[in-house]
Design a protein around this ligand. Structure first.
Ligand code: BGC
Length: 764
């Protein structure tokens, strides 16, 4: 018997069925959610509490609101239920609130918690939630940028650092990581996840969960993670945020669910339902998704929270007749906690009294919420993460800033470096030009509302790195989306007096992230004009791009001899970019999203299914081929691409056998050598294609990767192992299939080219 399963019901007058249901919930959540929950003591306390709760108190535990008592971030979202501070305190005392979100601070947190624990009838502690997506006061690179590092240990460390800071100001539950696969760069939220690939998303998801929770939820500096948004949100039609998702079940299972599974396996105890419709049914109202897939198949035992007022939005969808109907549908579908609409408080009790919603279902949902609170140690120590001395010790420390700088530099992708223009040498006269050159307003990225104002912009980073201030001029040239009077003339004059132009262009913070979808992922017209003018200046140009997605680069920018993709890098952005520009750090990141030739190729990803008429981008005859008239369907820079200041050579591909037995393992080896002049890291990638299958299969799929660091002249064997479990896919009717037959594999430094060999999976 599991240590969490008590032998007999406690003597608190608890109904036996309820007790057993809850024991099951707790034991199972311990088993599924990993070591953190397993460490929690057995709880007759929860069953006892539920037996004493009124229906109104139960609905309260299932309600989450924006924390308006502390600093309020209601500007993030439309305010559906704006409670004034006094009203919120009263609601807490009355047991009408179980979860508060996006409020920070010790004093207010203690006041709120005191109201819950000492002034409410049952003394149930609040759990404080927050969106700590890429750091808190110290901002780290956006999720997409950090994914470019292909470095899961780094993702774990930044998630850990974000948790350490956020818990210092009273957050227990993180609405992160965002694990949605983003294959359409028009979708602004591609910035939050790990890009277009399933495996990279899954590994980053697990790493982030490990970092947030650190294997022990009860500690003062760890938070519970949320894998969001369940499920398929990344596949919104046309890349437009909140839009319909209409995908096959195979696509859902093979592309969108694996990162959730990885996050759950790593111990994420909660999930959030997506705003979107999945194949005709809103996720918030989808019992097949939330019960059959999530609970039954994935064995997920923790609470499911709605996204912001998504239950109320069922009415706008035309899916629920009115508020009461919306609560009935969302709750019965499997949404335990209602975020922000207040509708569960309003309608759940009557729905139970009228026999529409069974009390046992409400008790099970409340049990899951209380189990989360218990796993966080909140019953024993409700003032955890509210230590007045913690902020000074943990927020913005030199260590965290150093990590932000390291993570920033590790996330920068060197897309192009003709003639080894980079790194720049000291003494080079630099004209830093462009809207991203100066200013901290648009530096840290779309989810860093909380970041401290002392972020480092590119100008400050470069000034600190250059030996003489005289070597640098700074000229904006234009705004992000607006021309500046005389801007281009001033930029050209600055270029004329310099040896090299560093052209800092790209997106402002509000051009990516939630509700920031773009119909065109190129540069705005004002920046295009600047780029074109500078490209005619005759000076060598290093383009430094800032962005929350892959961009479609205009020809004038493509022609720059050197191009760096720098995303939104966080608090130390300027230092990190200067480190790479001047060669203090050798770039080692690789693209987690393909850069297309033109916007109209979206959705674009390397791992698309084969067609009967594949294009041959290098060939002569393009008629009647799968391509656009204006551009081949290749990437400008493919997924996985990234250069270094040194060069690597991969050779000697060897398979342990040309045949993989059904239950066997195939070892794939090659030698990586640093053939350049400086130490550097390479990301070696293993791709596979199933050559003949009963469903169309991707032209390539990433199956493994390794980050290897080598000194000049050093070589190392890289080794991967392949087995049948990595070769399966979803067939018709949702069945998982693995089919014997021929496969091709590649190992290389991007999703194009590489060393290749074939092997056969033998039948079982
Ligand atoms: C977002 C979620 C977020 C929530 C709370 C929503 O608009 O979709 O990802 O957790 O707001 O801030």
């Amino acid at each position: 018997m599991h240590p969490l399963t008590p032998q007999s019901p406690p003597s608190t007058g608890v109904n036996r069925r309820l007790f057993l249901t809850l024991c099951g919930t707790l034991a199972a959540s311990a088993a599924v959610a990993g070591p953190a929950l397993a460490a929690a003591p057995p709880s007759s306390r929860i069953a006892g509490l539920i037996s004493r709760m009124t229906l109104e108190e139960k609905a309260g535990q299932l309600s989450c609101f924006t924390d308006v008592v502390r600093w309020s971030l209601t500007f993030i979202n439309p305010t559906v239920n704006p409670a004034v501070k006094e009203q919120q305190m009263a609601d807490v005392r009355a047991g009408r609130v179980g979860v508060l979100m996006n409020g920070f601070g010790i004093e207010g947190g203690r006041r709120l918690q005191k109201a819950a624990v000492e002034e409410s009838r049952l003394g149930i502690p609040l759990v404080f939630a927050g969106d700590i997506m890429h750091g808190y006061k110290t901002a780290f690179p956006i999720g997409l940028g950090e994914a470019a590092s292909f470095d899961t240990a780094l993702a774990e460390r930044t998630a850990r650092a974000g948790a350490s800071e956020a818990t210092a100001e009273g957050v227990h539950w993180n609405f992160a990581p965002m694990v949605d696969v983003g294959r359409d760069q028009r979708w602004g939220r591609v910035a939050e996840g790990a890009g277009e690939d399933v495996l990279l998303n899954a590994r980053m998801a697990a790493a982030r969960v490990r970092g947030i929770q650190d294997g022990d939820l009860r500690r003062d500096d760890t938070m519970a993670a949320t894998a969001k948004h369940f499920a398929g949100y990344g596949a919104v039609s046309g890349g437009m945020d909140y839009n319909t998702v209409d995908i096959s079940e195979a696509t859902l299972r093979d592309i969108h669910l694996p990162p959730f599974k990885a996050a759950f396996d790593a111990g994420a105890p909660t999930t959030m339902a997506a705003f979107t419709v999945l194949n005709g049914v809103p996720s918030t109202a989808n019992p097949w998704l939330l019960q059959q897939v999530l609970r039954k198949e994935m064995q997920f035992k923790g609470p499911v929270i709605s996204d912001y007022a998504a239950d109320a939005e069922l009415i706008v969808h035309g899916f629920a007749a009115d508020e009461r109907d919306a609560v009935r549908i969302a709750f019965l579908a499997g949404v335990d906690i209602s975020m922000q609409s207040g509708l569960y408080n309003k309608h759940l009790p009557a729905l139970v009294r009228d026999g529409v919603i069974p009390m046992a279902a409400v008790d099970a949902a409340v049990g899951r919420v209380l189990a989360l609170k218990e796993s966080l140690g909140l019953f024993d120590n409700p003032y955890r993460s509210l230590d007045p001395e913690a902020p000074a010790k943990r927020i913005g420390t030199a260590e965290k800033r150093a990590l932000a700088r390291e993570a920033g530099a590790r996330s920068i992708v060197l897309l192009k470096n003709d003639g080894d223009l980079l790194p720049l040498r000291q003494g080079t006269r630099i004209a830093l030009i462009g809207p991203c050159a100066r200013g901290t307003d648009n530096l840290v990225g779309p989810w860093a509302f909380f970041a401290q104002a002392d972020s480092i912009d590119l100008e400050s980073g470069l000034r600190a790195a250059l030996d003489g201030a005289a070597a640098l001029t700074v000229t904006p040239g234009c705004g992000y989306e607006q021309p500046l009077a005389g801007g281009i003339e001033a930029a050209l004059a600055a270029a004329a007096g310099a040896d090299v132009v560093v052209l800092a262009v790209g997106e402002s913070q509000d051009m990516s992230g939630e509700a920031a979808s773009r119909a065109d992922i190129g540069l705005p017209a004002a920046q295009l004009a600047l780029v074109e003018a500078i490209s005619r200046s005759g000076k060598p140009v290093v383009a430094v791009l800032r962005h929350g997605r892959a961009l479609a680069l205009p020809p004038a920018l493509q022609a720059s001899p050197a191009i760096l993709a720098t995303w939104f890098l966080g608090s130390e952005a300027g230092h990190a970019i200067a480190d790479v520009l001047l060669g203090k750090v050798n770039p080692s990141a690789h693209l987690p999203v393909s850069f297309p030739l033109v916007s109209g190729q979206q959705p674009f990803h390397y791992s698309h299914l084969g067609t009967g008429r594949p294009d041959d981008p290098a060939g002569q005859n393009h008629r009647f081929k799968a391509r656009y008239r204006e551009a081949s369907n290749a990437a400008l820079y493919p997924f996985g691409h990234g250069l270094s200041y040194t060069r690597f050579a991969l050779s000697g591909l060897q398979l342990s056998s040309a045949r993989l037995a059904w239950d066997g393992r195939l070892s794939v080896r090659a030698t990586l050598r640093n053939v350049g002049a400086r130490r550097g890291a390479q990301v070696v990638q293993l791709y596979v294609r199933d050559e003949l299958a009963s469903m169309a299969r991707p032209v390539r799929e990433l199956k493994d990767f390794l980050r290897v660091e080598l000194d000049p002249g050093e070589s190392r064997e890289v080794a991967f192992t392949l087995q049948r479990s990595q070769l399966g896919f979803t067939g018709l009717k949702g069945r998982t299939l693995t089919e014997a037959g021929a496969f091709t594999l590649w190992i290389g430094d991007s999703s194009l080219g590489g060393l290749t060999a074939g092997f056969t999976l033998l039948p079982g």
